[in-house]
Design a protein around this ligand. Sequence first.
Ligand SMILES: NC(=O)c1ccc[n+]([C@@H]2O[C@H](COP(=O)([O-])OP(=O)(O)OC[C@H]3O[C@@H](n4cnc5c(N)ncnc54)[C@H](OP(=O)(O)O)[C@@H]3O)[C@@H](O)[C@H]2O)c1
Length: 376
Amino acid sequence: MPHPFVLLSAAVSLDGYLDDTGPERLLLSSPADFDRVDEVRASVDAILVGAGTIRADNPRLLVNSPGRRAARVASGRPEYPLKVTVSGTGELDPAANFWHTGAEKLLYTTDKGADHAHTLGLATDVVPLGPDLDWRRLLTHLHEVRGIDRLMVEGGGTIHTQLLQQGLADEIHLVLSPLFVGTPTAPRLFGPGPYPPGRLRLLETRQIEDVVLMRYEPTAPGTGPLPAAADHHWLRLACELATHCPPSRTAFSVGAVVVAADGTELSRGHSREADDPVVHAEEAALAKLAPADPRLASATIYSSLEPCAHRASRPKPCARLILDAGVRRVVTAWREPDTFVEGADGNGLLAAEGVEVVVLPEYEERAKAPNGHLLG
Ligand SMILES: NC(=O)c1ccc[n+]([C@@H]2O[C@H](COP(=O)([O-])OP(=O)(O)OC[C@H]3O[C@@H](n4cnc5c(N)ncnc54)[C@H](OP(=O)(O)O)[C@@H]3O)[C@@H](O)[C@H]2O)c1
């Protein structure tokens, strides 16, 4: 199910702490960086923090700039983003600033937590998500029921850790602050546990007074039927590659990318590339790799269109080339229509031989865009 774009935002000390252990909130950002955070808040539909942050910091989580609030209203959005929190127990202070400032509030919790929250009379909508809190359900609910497209997550570490480990973070805004905490029991940004493998992509570094902002994007593909945030990135790239194809009235324009398990791009291709009038995108991408490349067995292929199952111009269709290459996961945006081949079912062929096929229909329109002239 489609989710909002999830942006994790945090500031850490040079020794990696989110806070110290004192009663007051440790100010890690500089004044200009707090203003940058205000700007990011003004750009999103909702801001989420964990119950631990409400207890420790008693934050208001407002857009402070009147100009930014006015711009939101002028563009038809609420003056403040929706404020969202997460608690398993529902044990939250009804007097906390979170409930009494800004616009609408929403508490996601467990069934038990919802009962407790109701007895406390918290000034918020309460959404129970079952016996346990499931992040995918939460994000789907935020998107589908509350119409949230962009979500900013402002901590704390328990929340950031889960979203990153579950492959649900699309971008990280990390501010490094020039001070030390030095207390081992102070909260850290990311806790132990299984993270997506490999290196994240550095999108930007920016000095802001005496702090440094780093923006990162996860790159490692998901590993099963559920899409990870990086799957969206790579499928968008495949759709973008489809727009580079030489035009044709007799074949689709398709883009494909092969990505290793650690997020390294191995190869890419698009239909009819390099003056080959019949080459397909997946075929072109796979041809750039040695057949014995050991990374293929755990790689994911992203293709804007379902890999073909029948082919007149070559001995093997792309679904067979993928199987022969040993790739076990395929992510695609658009099922092949009957335009050239009736009942083509490349996804079915792949799945029948044990390949995990993930279809993300929210990218179908992008995949179709360079093929409009074929679709009537
Ligand atoms: N430097 C920064 O940028 C920054 C930003 C934010 C926060 N912080 C600091 O971070 C610290 C707080 O971090 P934290 O890790 O203790 O708390 P947190 O991440 O804000 O919240 C953790 C709480 O959220 C609920 N929760 C999280 N995942 C859950 C799940 N899967 N199921 C059910 N409930 C879940 C639980 O609430 P219940 O206990 O109610 O069940 C849990 O105790 C504070 O010291 C704060 O100052 C720093």
